[in-house]
Design a binder for this molecule. Structure first.
Ligand SMILES: [Zn+2]
Length: 427
């Protein structure tokens, strides 16, 4: 009966859920550069403090991007239960990406139309934060006698690597296994899916070297762009075909991302691009340098050192066959794949709650790109972490982004029921 009351409590809070989402969307927490972080953290902190949470505002001082003009603020709120027990933590990022072109609605208007709220950050992921807050509040009101603790955090900079957000908090011990046992990240993965983890990333800058000379006598120089072209030809012939033959057992969606991938993120060779107002001609030079940024996404079955060794071996093959070929590789960024086991307690609890609320078992997925789970896993050393939240992933970062109110309500019921399963004896 109490479960039925909990579900009814959430349905009854629809207006609150909508208003909470709209308030957050109307704060343009754009990243970069990182606007309005303090405002949104104070807003959420004030709300949760009124409901008995201990609230901490934490600035990631000195983190990448942190400055007095754009401080990296985070909020962590904890509500202790009536008895000792485990802690369930909901973590959402409060930053949003740039607006971009093509909008037909006000990106920060949070307009409610036909059961959807429109605006930048509705789906990714202020709607998810709002759903988790409504779930936690309804749960606490219905089961005031619960064991353990409920935590909610809203964190900075997920869209730019999470170093001023979850990574910083993890370094401070916020996700230490003795204070947090279960983490749910309400990213927009769809209300009937549990995201267990993500592929790995290796970004590197590859430079080919040449020799500058007059463009009318290229034989006196050595063209770095032609060397780069030889490298790309070798990638076409050996690397991409090899990647296409490997497939992960991770349930990555979309399915194309079950193979490892490599994207050429940028390429530049020769004379620098001039300012837009430069009206002159280029000068005649042989490029002495070409640079390419690669974005290699790897699967759990590929060790990172092998991923790098494979690329270095490819460079060495080109070098052996090509006169004058010289190169340098600079590592820019790397993240190991993360994958929570299906039998982990948080997965079991959310899975059961999805079946109860939606009447069907969940789909298990993994993400092609990374998200803040990487920091909770590597720095926080907490494996019991998933992404689960409302919204359609494809809408993230798009114009006319929206979140469905019914999706938020359904996933809030799943989250509240998950709390019941983990923190009471009525699950
Ligand atoms: Zn997100």
């Amino acid at each position: 009966m109490t479960i039925a009351r909990l579900m009814a409590e959430i349905s009854a809070r629809e207006a609150d859920l909508i208003a909470l989402t709209q308030d957050m969307v109307r704060m343009p927490t754009l990243n970069p550069p990182g606007r309005g972080y303090l405002e949104i953290c104070e807003y959420l902190g004030n709300r949760l403090a009124k409901r008995g949470f201990d609230v901490q505002l934490i600035r990631a001082k000195g983190a990448p991007g942190d400055s007095d003009k754009y401080p990296r603020w985070n909020v962590v709120a904890r509500r202790e239960g009536a008895h000792p027990g485990e802690c369930v933590h909901f973590n959402g990022h409060h930053d949003v990406v740039e607006v971009g072109q093509g909008w037909t609605v006000d990106p920060f208007g949070a307009e409610l139309r036909d059961g959807r709220i429109y605006g930048r950050g509705t789906c990714d992921m202020k709607g998810g934060i709002a759903a988790s807050i409504i779930a936690a509040e309804a749960f606490i009101d219905t089961f005031p006698d619960f064991s353990g603790a409920v935590e909610i955090s809203a964190t900075a900079d997920e869209e730019s690597g999470g170093y001023g957000g979850v990574a910083y908090l993890a370094e401070q011990g916020v996700f230490a296994p003795d204070r947090v046992q279960h983490v749910i990240i309400p990213e927009p993965l769809h209300k009937d899916r549990i995201c267990l983890g993500h592929r790995g990333v290796w970004w590197a800058e590859v430079e080919t070297k040449g020799h500058i000379a007059h463009g009318s006598m290229p034989f006196l120089g050595d063209c770095a762009v032609r060397h780069m072209s030889a490298l790309i030809t070798e990638m076409e012939e050996s690397l991409w075909p090899a990647l296409a033959t490997r497939e992960t057992a991770m349930p990555v969606i979309p399915e194309g991302a079950r193979n490892p991938t490599l994207n050429i993120n940028a390429i530049h060779g020769g004379e620098p691009v001039q300012e837009a107002d430069y009206t002159g001609l280029p000068s005649a030079c042989v490029p002495d340098r070409a640079r390419m940024v690669i974005d290699r996404r790897f699967i759990a079955e590929e060790p990172l050192d092998e991923v790098k060794a494979e690329f270095h071996a490819l460079l060495e093959r080109v070098k052996k066959d090509r006169v004058g070929f010289d190169y340098a590789v600079k590592d820019l960024f790397e993240v190991l794949p993360s994958m929570t086991a299906k039998d982990a307690p948080v997965v079991q609890a959310v899975s059961g709650a999805i079946s109860d609320v939606l009447g069907a078992a969940p789909e298990y997925v993994a993400s092609p790109g990374t998200y803040d789970q990487k920091h909770i896993d590597r720095i926080g050393r907490l494996k019991n972490c998933i992404a689960y939240g409302p919204g359609v992933l494809d809408l993230a970062h798009q114009p006319d982004e929206w979140i469905g109110v019914q999706d938020m309500l359904d996933s809030a019921q799943v989250m509240a029921l998950t709390l019941t399963r983990l923190l009471t004896d009525q699950g």
